[in-house]
Design a binder for this molecule. Structure first.
Ligand SMILES: Cc1cc2nc3c(=O)[nH]c(=O)nc-3n(C[C@H](O)[C@H](O)[C@H](O)COP(=O)(O)OP(=O)(O)OC[C@H]3O[C@@H](n4cnc5c(N)ncnc54)[C@H](O)[C@@H]3O)c2cc1C
Length: 281
């Protein structure tokens, strides 16, 4: 893993895979992902109706010879070059220890994180049974039923896909729109028992042992603190029309530049990045 690379990619999700499928990374490239396999966060919800292209990409993309793919590898820091022409440095943590990798160009493709309930400071207790959609999908994938009576709270297509997946597994599901109802209280201990909403001035409670909080994504940029990469108020990495950040040679693509649960441009962005950074147009 040591040595100098032409390109280092942080994240092996949909946007990175799309870029690789379009020819990026055929030469002296290294890619990191903290999960054990490529495919990103969406993979846990797939296959799902309407997302055949993403599923096909995850299933069909082959890692080219010139690309070293490191899974179970978390990029914890990015140290941009001081001078033009010098390499950038990524700090990477794996089971074996922490190491530094140098690359002439870096592509940040680390996606987004689901917004947790803590973000909205909802009153009430902190019971078991309140989770994000990815957690619910992961539990289902491992054969666990995350609850018997669920509320999925959110408006995104992802929220609907999650509700459907739970219903298919035998869970009684209510889908509550976050734009129509405000979540005002979460109660229960140690397990969730009741969720209270306010709609058009009226307050009502629902019994549930599972609340899937599915209101949105935020850019996964905490690890970039101190790197000097410019981010917007919502944390998204700011890029120009060529996907380049304020630091020459450091690029970003996917949800990390456009955080939204229903963001659907990652595949197209990946292809564009490949043609701009040296893939097959
Ligand atoms: C049900 C559903 C279907 C969707 N279908 C589509 C679709 O068809 N097309 C589309 O474009 N979008 C689709 N989206 C949106 C989709 O979530 C995003 O477009 C896509 O996942 C974002 O790709 P990404 O590469 O930016 O991030 P991700 O796919 O989330 O990949 C980010 C990767 O980076 C890794 N990572 C993060 N931080 C680090 C770190 N510090 N070190 C190492 N690795 C790290 C993560 O483990 C992850 O694998 C869909 C969303 C949902 C919910």
């Amino acid at each position: 893993m040591s040595g100098m690379y032409d390109l280092a990619i942080a994240g092996a999700g949909l946007s990175a895979l799309s870029a690789i499928a379009a020819g990026l990374g055929r030469r002296r490239t290294i890619m990191f992902d903290y999960q054990d396999e490529p495919g990103g966060f969406l993979k846990h919800a797939l296959p799902a109706p309407g997302f055949e292209t993403a599923w096909e990409l995850i299933r069909s993309t082959r890692i080219p010879q010139g690309l070293t793919a490191c899974y179970g590898a978390t990029v914890v820091g990015l140290l941009p070059a001081f001078e033009g022409g010098e390499p950038h440095t990524l700090v990477v943590r794996q089971k074996q220890g922490t190491s530094q990798v140098q690359a002439k160009r870096v592509l940040i493709a680390c996606g987004g994180l689901e917004i947790p309930r803590e973000h909205a400071q909802i009153p009430g207790s902190r019971p078991a049974g309140v989770m994000t959609p990815i957690m619910a999908h992961q539990l289902l994938a491992q054969g666990y039923l995350p609850g018997k009576r669920a509320i999925v709270y959110g408006d995104a297509h992802y929220s609907r896909v999650t509700a459907q997946r739970l219903a298919d597994a035998g869970v009684a599901v209510s889908l509550i729109s976050a734009s129509e109802a405000q979540l005002v209280a979460i109660e229960g201990s140690p397990r969730l028992q009741r969720v209270t909403f306010r709609r058009a001035g009226e307050t009502s409670s629902m019994e549930a042992d599972l609340l899937v909080y599915s209101v949105g994504m935020m850019a996964n940029t905490h690890w970039l603190k101190g790197s000097g990469i410019s981010t917007a108020e919502d944390g998204a990495v700011q890029v120009d029309a060529g996907y380049e950040t304020n630091v020459p040679g450091i690029y970003a693509v996917g949800t990390v530049i456009a955080p939204s649960l229903d963001h659907v441009d990652s595949l197209a962005m990946g292809k564009e990045v490949a043609s701009l950074l040296g893939g097959t147009p």
